[in-house]
Design a protein around this ligand. Sequence first.
Ligand code: AGP
Length: 602
Amino acid sequence: MCGIVGVVGTRNATDVLIQGLQKLEYRGYDSAGIFVTDETRTETLIKAVGRIAKLQEKIGIEVNGSTGIGHTRWATHGVASEDNAHPHVSETGRYVLVHNGVIENFKELKEEYLVADTFVGQTDTEIAVHLIGEMAKTSATTQEAFAKALKLIQGSFAFAMVDREEPGTLYVAKNKSPLLIGLGEGYNLVGSDAMAMIRETKNFVEIHDNEMVIVKKESVEIFDASGAKIEREHYVAELDLSDIGKGTYPYYMLKEIDEQPSVIRRIIQKYVVDGEYQVEQGIIDAVTEADRIYIVAAGTSYHAGYASKEFFEKMTETPVELCLSSEFGYNIPLLSKKPLFIYISQSGETADSRQVLVKTSALGHKSLTITNGPGSTLSREADFTLLLNAGPEIAVASTKAYTAQIAVMAVLAKAVGAANGYEAAKEFDLEHELALVATSMVATLDDKEKIANIVEGLLTGTRNAFYIGRGADYFVAMEGSLKLKEISYIQCEGFAAGELKHGTIALIEEGTPVQAIISGANTASHTRGNIMEVESRGAKVITIVAADCAVPTDDIIVPTVHKYLTSLAMVIPTQLIAYYATLQRGLDIDKPRNLAKSVTVE
Ligand code: AGP
């Protein structure tokens, strides 16, 4: 994954890089580094293992400069160490490079061009910068050397490079990995996302795959793969600096959990105006014409796809199939005659999903991306986009994006169903039902202290746990379980309650925590039966039950919402359970180990 940032011009480069890297830490945080220089070639290269704070501790106040590149790493090739931390330097010492992505042919490049070179670490990036140095031996300019190397490199990359002999220039290129140019007055920037640069500018220019960009303080020149110059308009980002602050919250995750009712209301405001659905006709037509919808997603977004399947099928009268993006290539479903592919992705940058989009587009199939990332790769490359409007989600554990994804899927289903006069859509007052969801969420969030107390002791010391549920609750169980394990490190399985007895119940022993979800009368009696089965084997059960089928002894009672939208209400306690369990275990809630927010490697 990794995050990169660069600056050239009239700013204090060190300050811009550190601020930018802090915003990019969600992309990886096992080591970091910066390189800064200026017109007099006063240079500093500093790296540290661990978070940006560790890097900051090593940087003296005298380190500033006008040009710089920085990197925060999520290890792919080689352990987290200073040797493997970026920036990396060419054999000749002339070029300094930061990289996000994975170079697939790094071994071949090393064997063919760099046999005589000495490497300090194990990264593919070091091969790339050595290769540029190698190409420079037969090139008239750095631009030519960079272009030659780019032609040889296969895989995903976002590069920002400084030629130490030319300290007022950044050499930039991308393929598959995200990268944006930020425009300032007297300075320009480059970064993995807009948030990394938003303190400095709101004006951005997209870079497309296989383009190279030369960034100086007064100019930005874009070249396509053939070397021809391209003109591209900039756009103004709607982001606000305050959107990306924690405010008075101790962690982003809690802030983002709390934001969910207002995100749901915002989605209603954006997508329903005077009773009319604000979904472009092309999208309505694409869904209407499709004979089958394939939802492609990963992680939480995949769970949001499952949570949307039932209402989507009913309201659009079209079958929906779920595909894990990382598995799609190995388990290709038999495609229908007129498929529509819906890519659900908070970031819009997930490499696993993107590689499927590339394949399905090549086959000529239409695509729609549902994302929180305007201008993201999946958004740009799909035929259509629907935005979540959830505001930046910073915590690695996705919460408000999940509920926003389901809500936007509901808007789409309703818009299609209404346009076609389908019965299930006619009967479903989406605006009213989503408003009830927001109210239900507020009630659960207001009672979060109760959830904190329930969790205390039960999950603080346990090594494993289960979520169980049937029907829609099974999908929430999958999501609740992912949330718990990714931040608390408790091994947790989200299980279909009825499936437990077919083997997995063997894992239940004295004190095993089991969270059981019941959102409807149709599943209540059977799931309660499963609760008794695990309790009689020693499990400690927490029941999370919708008010209309709750009994006084239930632990967490959630105000009832429409059966299509139960996931939106029932997931809130599971998010809070994960949050409080992690808080009580004293772990870093926003930045769990081994993870990154944006998974840009396959
Ligand atoms: C969510 O808590 C996870 N961090 C993760 O599963 C995430 O949902 C997954 O990586 C997909 O990301 P995307 O939505 O940005 O495509």
